[in-house]
Unconditional design. Structure first.
Length: 67
């Protein structure tokens, strides 16, 4: 979702991007570098993306590793 706000005007645009898998990206990153994944997730200003990244990190840490 893209938000644009200026004095007296605002616009919201939503586009799905099939190749951008936020949960997958953060899940993989958490398996490689947990601290960096958490740091990046905290940097999101939007609640939605931050929540998706945080949940993906938690899943990566809590799920049993595949052998």
């Amino acid at each position: 979702m893209l938000k644009f706000q200026s004095k007296g005007q605002s616009s919201v645009n939503t586009n799905d991007i099939a190749d951008f898998d936020l949960a997958g990206i953060f899940g993989d990153l958490a398996n490689q570098d947990y601290d960096r994944a958490v740091e990046l997730a905290r940097g999101f200003q939007g609640e939605g993306p931050r929540a998706v990244a945080t949940i993906a990190i938690a899943r990566a840490v809590l799920e049993p590793k595949k052998k």
